[in-house]
Design a binder for this molecule. Sequence first.
Ligand code: HEC
Length: 164
Amino acid sequence: MIYKQTKISELKYINGEFMFKKNAFKCKNTKLLLSAFTLLSITLIASCSGGGDTEFTVIKGAEIGAFNQAQANMGKKIFSEKCASCHKYDIKLVGPPLGTVVKRRSTDYILSQILHPDKMIANNDTTKALLAKFLTQMPNQHLNMIEAKAVLMHLTDVSNGGGK
Ligand code: HEC
């Protein structure tokens, strides 16, 4: 009787352990697959949508290069003629202050806003929010890329404490 009981419990035990191990292994694999899938999805979602880097801009991948004083001076002149009626450096006027705009916005964003404010208002969420706040739409000042980059150089100068 005792012998029989031991045998049965052993058998059950062995069976139980085997089942458990098999199940545990299966479960681990599924978890591994799931987390790999989740990781892949997160990576894909992060690279395809959202994020400041992927916002709409008309100009893409623009660079203004090293600081150049002559270019900054040219930009300062253009700024005073075509922008200063609406933009100051430190305070709001018709539009937002631009003294530190180079620190809060990308080169592509600023050049796009200067050259294509109409397309930005239609597609860029930041610009849309600015319109809602300032209640005026920035008009196209008809600058070319060289002039726009000069203005950006001037704004870089200002943000570094010079150029005002
Ligand atoms: C008639 C007024 C007016 C003129 C002139 C004007 N702007 Fe604007 N600008 C605005 C307004 C209003 C906004 C915010 C709403 C919008 O984007 O349309 C703005 C937005 C901007 C922004 C985005 C600022 C931010 O915080 O994201 C930049 C950069 C800018 N302007 C640069 C310029 C430059 C450079 C010039 C000159 C070439 C210029 N603007 C001329 C009114 C003007």
